[in-house]
Design a protein around this ligand. Structure first.
Ligand code: BG6
Length: 493
């Protein structure tokens, strides 16, 4: 049977295409994972020839996938790259694109198409409506799948409106809402770690777990993205999507099978069980911060209240997690780049060893290092040799580099693009789950605007954020985990 898969990238002159999408597709090509016959068609408003587009993409791959770039393989790959100038908010441009695609699809038994929307989010609705109006999503000759980048909505009402606009044209099975965190190898491994080992699941609950910390810290500030970021802030940018998805994966019940809906149904159950923080409780369970020089950046309002740092403490009202606090912490311009999930276990119920009065045994801690220094570490108590019963915390480490080699981890977009082609939506966010996440986030953001709002606290760039974050965690006798970076770095903290 003859067939062709065409990947149409809308917004092809943008950064995402040359930084992530084309390098990922090039890697898939090198690994021979792209379908036998494929084409990539870039579309955006800038006038460009096929040759100019190829050159621009080549420079992107050479810069962002330096270690895997290879001249001869690139030349063969580049033959599959095409470009068409056009504006997808103009129906006639889409019709022109459709004709161009159909020309290449003639006389084939199957012609599949992926439409990747790497465009300004405010254009999503009209783009999808136009794809429908141009007759480009009907699945008569092959599948038609639409990939939608984040942010999916600005709040609950806009996310609902976007879902409605999408459902007016597409079936849920045709929609792939990207959250690139779900494509990260270390995030996918959470399921394997929890459910392919029998050791952890029995203790993965309120009987043994004291609290959970999920941190996504970045050293970069908002830089040239200030225009986008101001008014959006860390909660919409990182927590509504990436971090709530991480929480869902830590807390989810084991799905019965490894298929998209089984997993996504369970994730929806978790998000439905997260106790909403009402507007009036925002000051009790959240901290918001801004790095001191944020307002100096171009594009930031003079008295901007946008949070560049936040902590949110959630509880999950179900049997497994009742009473266990989940702390989500994220920020820009912090001391280190580290994304990690740290599970703190309860102290032993009785300590028979001689210890100074009021001393505590350190809690066992399991840390899933999402990035960098990907791995999993478990810390526990060991007796210091040649002492009577002195104890010290020691580590058991799993590092991806040691176990699988330094180049084993592919970029998240590789896996995600391949999954779209395969029709596997497990690592994409379903419409109901996006709305549930907004239901949790909206009241917090409203709470930050009213009189009982927690104060906007300021922190130095290069620090770990405002002291209020430490105070909130101290209410549960917790201290922030150091995160994941080289051991030598850790020793210096
Ligand atoms: C994006 C956010 O979704 O994720 C950015 O918009 C953030 O602000 C980025 O920097 C972080 O991604 P990663 O993969 O570097 O953790």
């Amino acid at each position: 049977m003859t067939h062709l898969t065409t990947i149409v990238i809308f917004g092809a002159s943008g950064d995402l295409t040359r930084r992530k999408l084309i390098p990922a597709l090039f890697h898939l090509y090198k690994k021979k994972r792209l379908w036998e016959k494929w084409r990539i068609v870039g579309v955006s408003r800038s006038p460009m020839s096929d040759e100019e587009f190829r050159q621009k993409m080549k420079e992107g791959v050479a810069e962002f996938a330096r270690h895997t770039y290879d001249d001869s393989e690139w030349a063969a790959f580049a033959e599959g790259l095409h470009y068409l100038p056009g504006d997808l908010t103009h129906l006639e441009d889409l019709r022109r694109l459709d004709e161009m695609l159909m020309e290449a699809e003639q006389d084939l038994d199957l012609a599949h198409r992926m439409y990747y929307l790497s465009i300004a989010p405010r254009l999503y609705e009209s783009a999808i409506a136009n794809l429908g109006a141009a007759g480009m999503v009907a699945e008569d000759t092959g599948w038609r799948r639409v990939v939608i980048e984040k942010p999916f909505g600005y709040d609950l009402p806009t996310a609902k409106a976007l879902n409605e606009a999408v459902y007016a044209v597409l079936d849920e099975s045709q929609i792939y809402r990207i959250d690139h965190y779900l494509g990260k190898e270390t995030v996918q491994n959470i399921m394997v770690f929890r459910f392919a080992n029998s050791l952890f699941e029995p203790v993965w609950n309120r009987n043994y777990i004291h609290h959970v910390q999920i941190t996504a810290a970045e050293t970069v500030d908002v830089g040239h993205r200030a225009g986008y970021y101001d008014g959006v802030g860390v909660v919409r940018d990182m927590m509504q999507n990436h971090m709530l998805q991480l929480l869902a994966l830590v807390a989810v019940e084991p799905p019965a099978s490894f298929d998209a809906d089984a997993l996504r149904n369970e994730k929806v159950k978790v998000l439905s069980a997260v106790r909403p923080i009402t507007q009036h409780e925002a000051a009790l369970h959240t901290v918001r911060g801004q790095y001191r020089t944020y307002r100096d950046a171009e594009g930031v309002a003079e008295k901007s209240q946008t949070a560049t740092f936040a902590v949110i403490r959630f509880y999950i009202d179900n049997w497994r997690w009742q009473g266990v606090p989940f702390y989500l912490r994220s920020g820009k311009a912090l001391a280190r780049k580290t994304t990690a999930i740290s599970i703190f276990f309860k102290e032993p119920p009785h300590v028979m060893f001689p210890m100074p009065p009021n001393a505590h045994i350190s809690q066992n801690q399991l840390t899933i290092c999402i990035q960098p220094d990907e791995g999993i570490h478990f810390s526990f108590q060991a007796k210091v040799p040649d002492s009577t019963a002195r104890m010290r915390t020691v580590d058991m480490d799993f590092n991806y580099d040691d176990a699988f080699g330094p180049t084993a981890i592919p970029d998240a977009y590789e896996r995600l693009l391949l999954d779209v082609i395969k029709g596997d939506a497990s690592l994409f966010t379903r419409g109901d789950s996006i709305e549930l996440a907004w239901e949790l986030i909206d009241p917090i953001l409203h709470g930050w605007e009213n009189n009982n709002a927690p104060p906007l606290t300021f922190y130095e760039s290069g620090s770990w954020g405002p002291i209020e974050a430490d105070r909130l965690l101290a209410e549960d006798d917790g201290k922030w985990a150091v995160g994941c970076f080289e051991k030598s770095d850790k020793d210096n903290l």
